[in-house]
Design a protein around this ligand. Structure first.
Ligand SMILES: [Cu+2]
Length: 309
């Protein structure tokens, strides 16, 4: 019988470390997003089928928000954007990528960069005087720590599970209806009618497993909040306070500010740590009355549930 070669420590050590700590070395992450037009349903009373432009991971299938792009600090990222729409578009990751130039209809571009510090970033189309973004061209870019740990950053606060909330607003009659039919939007007038959390009205947002905070008492949830809209979002968590870990990408330091409501201005982000402290079901909702509605119908706007078991 042939003798098996003994394994040397230097051969197995990297594998052991990778198994213990998750991702150990920077990797290359390739993504492709397609810009297209389509319609997006906001279900329930006050909802509507809205003309949108969005990023999708498949052609002719816009998603609101666009797919979340998740990488690790230090990764090489190659993000291909294919413009299958009839207007110029781009994709800018706020604070990360710097190429603001347009991708013409039928064109494509590869954005290549190194994943920055762990945190939560907004990507959006910066062209056309906010119209492209309002129509749905935005999403989340999430950078996890290089060691793969469930922590906000290397050595930062740990969490049990995470959620990403991309909140936004749309003015269906004055912007989406007009731009969706090829017209020119009067950008001086913006009176949003629909308010979304992860592309959903509140009736769906309160049921969506990727949106609700749902876990066991004693767990902690890292909630990554991205405001892709044009109005500030004041988000009120019932049941318990949360700790503010980052404010628009700026890491805070311990002791972290504890709040029950956080104001997230347009085009900014916040990472908060919520402690699941007591059994029960509680709401999380926008505290501006109109923004927790769909066309005036209560609670079909920015709202979700906190469910603790
Ligand atoms: Cu409240």
């Amino acid at each position: 019988m042939e003798k098996t070669k003994p394994l040397k420590l230097r051969h197995v050590l990297p594998w052991c470390l990778a198994a213990l700590f998750g991702q150990a070395e920077a990797a290359t992450q390739n993504f492709t997003l397609y810009v297209s037009s389509g319609t997006w349903p906001i279900n329930g009373a006050g909802g509507a089928v809205v003309n949108v432009w969005g990023y999708g991971d498949q052609a002719a299938s816009p998603k609101i928000p666009g797919p979340a792009l998740t990488v690790y600090e230090g990764d090489t990222v190659n993000l291909t954007v294919v413009n299958n729409h009839s207007l110029d578009h781009n994709l800018v990751i706020q604070g990360v990528s710097t190429d603001l130039s347009a991708i013409p209809p039928g064109g494509s571009k590869i954005y290549s960069f190194t994943a920055p510090s762990a945190g939560t970033y907004l990507y959006s189309d910066t062209l056309n005087n906010n119209v492209n973004r309002e129509m749905g061209l935005y999403g989340a870019f999430v950078v996890r720590p290089a060691d793969g740990s469930n922590s906000a950053w290397t050595g930062g606060p740990a969490y049990t599970f995470e959620r990403t909330w991309v909140v936004s607003d749309m003015d269906k009659p004055r912007w989406n209806d007009v731009a969706g039919l090829g017209g020119t939007v009067d950008t001086a007038v913006y009176k949003p009618t629909h308010f979304l959390i992860n592309g959903l009205g509140g009736f769906d947002g309160m049921m969506d497993a990727a949106t609700t905070i749902d876990g066991m008492v004693g767990e902690t949830a890292l909630v990554r909040i991205i405001n892709a809209g044009q109005y500030s979002q004041s988000l009120h968590f019932h049941a318990n306070h949360f700790k503010v870990l980052t404010s628009n990408g700026v890491r805070q330091s311990s002791p972290y500010q504890e709040l029950d409501t956080i104001n997230v201005p347009p085009m900014t982000t916040a990472d908060v740590l919520f402690y699941l402290n007591q059994p029960g079901h509680y709401p999380m909702h926008n505290h501006t009355s109109q923004m927790e509605t769909a066309n005036g119908v209560y609670l079909n706007g920015v709202s979700t549930m906190i469910m603790m078991h």
